[in-house]
Design a binder for this molecule. Structure first.
Ligand code: SF4
Ligand code: SF4
Length: 329
């Protein structure tokens, strides 16, 4: 007996998901698989070596869960109601304002699966995922009809923007109706490519992680940031939203109503001086349960120091663009 797509969608809406769709499980399109393999072979994943592991599973969710018949994709809004004040505060990526999304998304996905299966007889197996396993999340969101993948590589939900966490349920039952992919509505626009300060979006739909501030300020473990990145930070201390901010579809974004994503007052008070003098104890208190923990204290403070040097035009020798402008420290 197929599962009800209508029950899935009404349950997803009741649980606060902004979008939900479902598609048959199976290998991703050949063109997408070829593109992903080429992206890995060219080294665009930078130091995120895990992206090159389990490639076959990543390209076919039926290898990830035996008997998989359907993939459900959902989007959960993280667009903040109140943003940090760039005149006196360093910017954090919007997604990191509140509680770590992994736990929040996993709990809601599990609640969605339970609502869907409450009156279903027999053994049904499913797994929930949120950035926790080799799943091509944006592909499946597109495939399930949630939106299209923009030139900035983000999943764009029509008339809602791209500030969404994505999650999936892979399940061993068919549904009574499946969704269809949405056509790209990027058109001739190139605003995201023009807004990127590092050239990480050298060509549409392709991200070079090694040049991207989101990777460099969060995942990169070097003691100092690469000089080109340090010079391009602008005001970004953790992550970067510039290719999202530039997108005209973001004008439709509405503030999240997910309570866990509301920032702590201590976070909203973090100005330049407070961050520059942040102790490890303050860090542990303010960022407890936050995605910012990913960069660790050392990584965050490395970024704070790089921004201080950038804003005060005080560069170390390796950060200097040329030998003239700089006070060496
Ligand atoms: S997150 Fe920032 S650095 Fe990375 S591609 Fe977007 S604009 Fe460029
Ligand atoms: S800025 Fe323009 S090209 Fe880039 S993702 Fe948005 S609509 Fe597409």
């Amino acid at each position: 007996m197929p599962l009800s797509t209508s029950l899935l969608k009404t349950s997803a809406a009741r649980l606060g998901f902004s979008a939900c769709g479902v598609a048959p499980a199976g290998p991703v399109d050949d063109a997408v698989a070829d593109r992903f393999r080429r992206w890995i072979a060219e080294g665009n994943q930078a130091e995120m070596a895990y992206l090159g592991n389990n490639v076959e599973k990543r390209l076919d969710p039926t290898l990830l869960m035996e008997g998989a018949q359907s993939v459900v994709s959902v989007a959960l809004n993280y667009y903040p109601a109140q943003q940090l004040d760039a005149s006196r505060q360093y910017e954090f990526a919007w997604y990191a304002y509140g509680h770590d999304y992994h736990e929040v998304m996993k709990a809601r996905l599990t609640a969605l699966a339970e609502a869907l299966l409450a009156n279903v007889e027999g053994n049904v197996h499913y797994r929930v995922f949120c950035d926790t396993a080799p799943v091509l999340e944006r592909y499946w969101a597109w495939r399930c009809g949630l939106g299209w993948i923009g030139k900035n590589t983000q999943l764009i939900v029509s008339r809602a923007g791209s500030a969404f966490f994505l999650g999936e349920i892979i399940i061993d039952r068919p549904f009574d109706a499946y969704d269809h992919p949405v056509k790209s509505r990027c058109g001739t626009c190139t605003r995201c490519l023009d807004a990127c300060p590092t050239g990480a979006l050298g060509e549409p739909y392709t991200l070079n992680a090694a040049r991207c501030l989101s990777f460099l300020t969060i995942e990169y473990r070097g003691d100092t940031l690469p000089p080109e990145a340090a010079r391009a930070m602008g005001n970004c201390v953790y992550g970067c939203d510039r290719c999202q901010q530039a997108c005209p579809w973001m004008r439709f974004a509405r503030p999240t109503e997910v309570p866990e994503f509301l920032p702590k007052p201590e976070f909203l008070r973090l100005d330049h001086a407070a961050l520059q003098s942040l102790s490890i104890d303050d860090y542990r208190h303010i960022f407890r349960g936050s995605a910012v923990k990913r960069a660790k204290y050392e990584g965050l403070m490395r970024n704070v120091q790089a921004l201080y040097r950038l804003h005060h035009q005080v560069f170390s020798a390796n950060e200097a663009e040329d030998g003239n402008l700089i006070i060496f420290i």
